[in-house]
Design a protein around this ligand. Structure first.
Ligand SMILES: Nc1ncnc2c1ncn2[C@@H]1O[C@H](COP(=O)(O)OP(=O)(O)OP(=O)(O)O)[C@@H](O)[C@H]1O
Length: 267
C-alpha cells in the first residue's frame, strides 16, 4: 500500500531569474531507500534544502512525512529527520568528545547544546556500540579522521530515532578504506530492523550501496530518470546525467560505472 514520505508536486525553483530546479511530480515511498545522483550544480542540494524546509519553491508543493511545507512548523518536522552534511561538521566544538557530540543529537538541531540527560548519554553509548565505534567515544572530535567524523555525525543524526536519514555526499574527501567503511556502516543502518528511510546524495554512481532501492538522476535542475534502481540507472540515463559515455555493470546490487573508452585512432 502507498505510504509516501516525500511528495513533490510540479516543482519549480528559480533564483536570480534562472531556473535551478524543475521537477515533475515525484513520490518517495517510506519503504524505499533513495539515491539522488547528479553532477556538480545539478540541483541536489537545492532539492534537499527544499525537503528540509530551508528553501521555498517558486512554484509547486512539497509534502514531507505527511505534512505540507508552508502549513507546518518545519522545526517540528526537522526533529523527525536526521541530516548529515559536510557543512554541519564545522558547527561542533572541536574540544568535545565523540560521545558528547552523539549525545547532543536529541533535538536533531545542528550545533545545539542542551544540558545532557543520563538518557542522552546512554543513547550515545548504545549508538556508538551498535555502530562499532565504542573505541572513539572519549576521543576529541578534532583528533578524529574525516571518516570517523562522518560516522560520529551519522550516529548523532540517529539519536532522535528519525524517520528519514538524509546524507549529503558523506564520502566527500574520504580515502578508499574510509569510504568503504562508511558505506558499510550506512548499509548496516539501512538494513537494520526499524531502520529510517535513507536519502543518499552523491556525485558517484559507484557509491550506491546494495540496499538503496531507488534512484533520482538530476541534470541541470531537471530529472533525467527516477524509479527503481535497475530500471532508472541505465547506461543511457547515466551517460545523459553526466554528459559522458558510460559503461555500466552490476555486482551484488552495486553499480559499477566506467567511462566508455574512446575509439583509439591506432586500433
Ligand atoms: N541562491 C542561489 N542563487 C542563485 N543560484 C543558485 C542559488 N543556489 C543554487 N544556485 C545554483 O543552482 C544550481 C544548482 O545548485 P546545487 O547546489 O543545488 O547543485 P548540487 O547538485 O548540489 O551541486 P554540488 O554537487 O556541486 O553540491 C547551481 O548552478 C547553483 O549555482
Amino acid at each position: 500500500m502507498a505510504n509516501p514520505s516525500i511528495e513533490l508536486h510540479d516543482i519549480l525553483v528559480k533564483r536570480d531569474g534562472r531556473v535551478i530546479l524543475n521537477l515533475p511530480s515525484l513520490t518517495f515511498e517510506k519503504h524505499e531507500h533513495w539515491a539522488i545522483l547528479g553532477a556538480n550544480g545539478s540541483g541536489k542540494t537545492t532539492l534537499l534544502q527544499m525537503i528540509l524546509g530551508y528553501l521555498w519553491p517558486t512554484r509547486g508543493t512539497v509534502r514531507v512525512l505527511g505534512h505540507t511545507l508552508g502549513s507546518y512548523d518545519v522545526r517540528e518536522l526537522r526533529k523527525q529527520i536526521g541530516f548529515v552534511s559536510m557543512a554541519m561538521t564545522e558547527r561542533f566544538l572541536a574540544s568535545d568528545t565523540a560521545e558528547t557530540i552523539v549525545a547532543t543529537g536529541r533535538t536533531a538541531a545542528a550545533g545545539s547544546y542542551l544540558p545532557l540527560s543520563a538518557e542522552d548519554c546512554e543513547r550515545a553509548s548504545t549508538l556508538l556500540e551498535g555502530l562499532a565505534m565504542t573505541h572513539l567515544a572519549g576521543h576529541l572530535y578534532r583528533t578524529l579522521s574525516q571518516g570517523e567524523r562522518q560516522k560520529v555525525m551519522i550516529a548523532r543524526a540517529l539519536h532522535a530515532r528519525p524517520e528519514l536519514l538524509v546524507l549529503d555526499e558523506p564520502c566527500t574527501g574520504l580515502d578508499f578504506p574510509s569510504r568503504e567503511s562508511l558505506l558499510e556502516m550506512i548499509e548496516g543502518i539501512a538494513t537494520a530492523a526499524g531502520a529510517p528511510q535513507v536519502l543518499y546524495v552523491t556525485h558517484y554512481p559507484n557509491e550506491l550501496f546494495p540496499s538503496l532501492t531507488n534512484v533520482l538522476l538530476l541534470k541541470e535542475g531537471r530529472m533525467v530518470a527516477a524509479g527503481e534502481k535497475y530500471i532508472a540507472l541505465t547506461e543511457e540515463n547515466l551517460s545523459e546525467t553526466f554528459s559522458l559515455p558510460i559503461h555500466l555493470t552490476w555486482e551484488d546490487g552495486v553499480p559499477n560505472a566506467r567511462r566508455k573508452k574512446a575509439a583509439n585512432a591506432f586500433d
